[in-house]
Design a protein around this ligand. Structure first.
Ligand code: 3HC
Ligand code: NAI
Length: 690
């Protein structure tokens, strides 16, 4: 019929096969010929039943996301499904891989669904700031019940076939050849005879108690994190219960279009593509083979070493952890055991799963035990001397071809690599704390790092469920370097007249999980105090808090007070007085500081630093920076990352205010980066740079 859709008639069954690599996204190139094929199947009297299947690695993975934001082309996906529902011969979706979003919705427009056992079905639109827009919120509740549908659509998580079969989302699992069995199933239905009710005609599961449903909505949406889409999903599923089918469908479409045109969805779609773009690395083509990773070593069993060992073990890789002595090793592995026990208590993993993961982690104090590891990740103290010692030792014992990685936060990876005879095998793998939870992995490319070592790091990230971004060598790489720029003004804002709670509120209003002062209280003020001391720097307020033993939450007091072990920050008059005293000592007259000024003095320098990072080639593209900040530092997803936000906010406006603050303070963090100036002049966005 066309390049993307084929139509064959076998024994009275029309087999329609879609082929639009890589994931059969339902773009116009697929919708138009599919529409024609369905019309033919409807009208041809020789056709007794219809099977829709896909070529390639998966059934339809959804609408084509790249078409959103462009003028819509007919036929729309709802048109296709309406046509499907006008066919009174049995229609069967034959599902393999993942039937997602509009793909699953198309399958819900069929009478029946036959699937491979390894298949998954789901409606992940919420992850793109959307709700399903082709009947998913209306048909799925009728098929599996409103509460089960709500759970699936609000979470966006696909389900496996065991669950799908139990819920009634699929009708049969294929034992062997999917297409042959789907055709056989269709023939069975023809033999049984009609009528064949469509999901739209099935209302028995909608008879639920609305109060109980509303309680389920409250539970399902409590982690919506300020996002609108999960709430809108709940509204649409509720409509499916309370409204006639066609009204609920029309309302779903309206909400879908409103969401599709929202900034929130544009931001999340940007992040979807940015995350995939970040894995495309200059000089590391698809032909570069990663080195196999079966066994890993981790040096240091502290906060990060333990977390990295768990991240690897959770991904099925065996790990051997090396510490300085037995005592430190026992402490570190004990901590790992404790964290897994906590997960069992909370019910996030089973006791058997805990044992399986623990069985992949062993310990040693002898470098010789690491010799056969395919990769070793160093997470010892952040001191160049210690790192050099460790890498020299690794160079002596590791098998040829092993990847030598460092988790350093700030140090010069090229200097670390130079202590070995194999700098091409050295790479930075900068995990974020807690390493078994946080998804970001900054992969630091040294000047000598080999292409296949980068490919190995990317493959490892994928294997253990991390989101990788390749960055260049500089102090703090992408994330910590921008964080430092954001932090620069914290104390000065207080001295100018702001309070910690005022600054933090600007951040939480923006959508961050917490503000900078709540963050240092959580991390511990002593850590940055030590860091400042090592660099010969001072911060009048934070230093004084540390001298008074106010190390943050763990001490019950820092920039805030934490009463009786509570984690809720309470403003503390002690801090207010301290700020006033320090300002007086420095001859600063405190004044009212507004929210806008706080944003200008914290977020704008961060954007400025981001622009410098692009200029220097530390990040390959602006969207990589967005991926770093959303996955590693809690930048609100709904705003798409700092660079995406900056572009919408107005680069010229940012440059203008940076210039103002540069004039007032003379500080380097405010001096507009040449790239930012250029974009402000040309009116181009970061995306215009590619
Ligand atoms: N539209 C456009 N492109 C898509 C796409 C989609 N729905 N899904 C995947 N792609 C692209 C990716 O961008 C990537 O392109 P690239 O190779 O140029 O970078 C390529 O397909 C392969 O994708 P992945 O790298 O993600 O491949 P994986 O094998 O790791 O994962 C997948 C496959 C599980 C299908 C994953 O791609 C995925 O989750 N896709 C999105 C699914 C989704 O969100 N569907 C809902 C869309 S919205 C919708 O349907 C609205 C409707 O209700 C009206
Ligand atoms: P930590 O102090 O908790 O742990 C370091 C561990 O290394 C200790 O258990 C120590 O006994 C061990 N160690 C020290 N020298 C050793 C040696 N020569 N051989 C074997 N073991 C040795 O430190 P943390 O926080 O885990 O940091 C480790 C590294 O990770 C540092 O480079 C740090 O910059 C980096 N990092 C830390 C993050 C954090 O949030 N804590 C985040 C990302 C990176």
């Amino acid at each position: 019929m066309s390049d993307t859709v084929s139509f064959t008639l076998e024994n009275g069954v029309a087999l329609i096969v879609l082929d639009n690599p890589p994931v059969n996204a339902l773009g116009h190139a697929l919708r138009a010929p599919l529409f024609a094929a369905l019309e033919k199947a409807r009208d041809d009297e020789a056709v007794e039943a219809v099977v829709i299947a896909c070529a390639g690695r998966t059934f339809i993975a959804g609408a084509d996301i790249s078409e959103f934001g462009k003028p819509p082309l007919e036929p729309s996906l709802p048109d296709l499904i309406a046509l499907l529902e006008s066919i009174d011969k049995p229609t069967v979706a034959a599902i393999h891989g993942t039937a997602l979003g509009g793909g699953f919705e198309l399958a819900l427009g069929c009478h029946y669904r036959v699937a491979e056992k390894s298949a998954k079905v789901g409606l992940p639109e919420v992850n793109l700031g959307l709700i399903p827009g082709a009947g998913g919120t209306v048909r799925l509740p009728r098929l599996i019940g409103p509460e089960a549908a709500l759970g699936m659509i609000v979470s966006g998580k696909p389900i496996g076939m065991e669950k799908a079969l139990a819920l009634g989302a699929v009708d049969r699992l294929a034992e062997g050849d999917l297409r042959a069995e789907a055709i056989a199933f269709a023939r069975e239905k023809v033999a049984q005879g009609g009528p064949y009710p469509h999901i739209r005609e099935r209302a028995e599961k909608l008879a639920v108690d609305l109060d109980a449903f509303d309680a389920a909505v409250a539970e399902a949406t409590k982690k919506a994190r300020g996002l609108t889409a999960p709430l809108k999903v709940a509204e649409a599923v509720r409509n499916a219960i309370t409204m006639p089918f066609d009204d609920a469908l029309a309302r779903e479409r309206d909400i879908f279009i409103e969401r599709r045109d929202s900034t929130e969805s544009a931001a999340q779609r940007h992040l979807f593509f940015a995350t995939r773009e970040a894995t495309k690395v200059a000089g590391v083509g698809r032909d570069v083979e990663p080195r196999p990773i079966r066994k890993a070593g981790v040096i240091g069993a502290g906060t990060m070493g333990g977390g990295i060992a768990m991240a690897l073990a959770n991904g099925g890789i065996s790990v051997i952890v090396l510490e300085m002595n037995e005592e430190a090793l026992a402490r570190g592995l004990g901590q790992v055991e404790k964290i897994y026990s906590g997960s069992v208590t909370r019910g996030s993993i089973s006791a058997a799963e805990k044992e399986a993961r623990l069985s992949r982690i062993s310990g040693t104090t002898d470098y010789a035990a690491l010799a056969d590891c395919d990769i070793v990740i160093e997470a010892v103290f952040e001191e160049m001397g210690v790192k050099r010692q460790v890498f020299s030792a690794l160079d002596r014992v590791m098998k040829p071809g092993a990847v030598l990685a460092s988790n350093t936060s700030y140090l010069d990876l090229n200097e670390i690599a130079a202590t070995t005879e194999r700098p091409q095998d050295v790479v930075g793998l900068h995990f974020f704390s807690p390493a078994h939870v946080m998804r970001l992995l900054e992969i630091v490319r040294g000047e000598r790092t080999a292409a296949d070592v980068l490919a190995t790091a990317l493959a490892l990230a994928r294997a253990i469920g991390k989101v990788p971004v390749v960055v260049g060598v500089c102090n703090g790489f992408v994330g910590n370097r921008m964080l430092a720029a954001r932090r620069d003004e914290n104390e000065d804002l207080l001295l100018s007249g702001a309070t910690p709670e005022q600054v933090d509120k600007v951040f939480t209003d923006f959508g961050w999980p917490m503000g900078p002062f709540q963050m240092v209280d959580l991390a511990g003020l002593d850590i940055s105090w030590k860091h400042r001391q090592s660099l010969g720097l001072s911060a009048p307020i934070a230093d004084t808090l540390c001298e008074a033993g106010r190390f943050g939450q763990k001490a019950g007091r820092g920039f805030y007070l934490y009463e009786d072990g509570s984690r809720a920050p309470k403003p503390d008059p002690f801090v207010t007085e301290l700020i006033e005293r320090k300002a007086a000592e420095l001859g600063i007259e405190r004044r009212a500081v507004g929210a806008e000024e706080i944003t200008e003095r914290t977020l704008y320098p961060m954007i400025n630093e981001g622009a410098r990072i692009i200029e220097e080639g530390i990040a390959a593209r602006a969207s990589d920076i967005d991926v770093v900040w959303v996955n590693g530092y809690g930048f609100p997803v709904a705003k798409g990352g700092p660079m995406f936000w900056a572009e919408r906010h107005g680069i010229d406006r940012i440059v203008d205010r940076l210039e103002h603050w540069h004039g007032v303070t003379g500080k380097e963090v405010f001096k507009p980066a040449p790239l930012l100036r250029q974009l402000a002049l040309t009116g181009g966005g970061f995306s215009s740079l590619a």
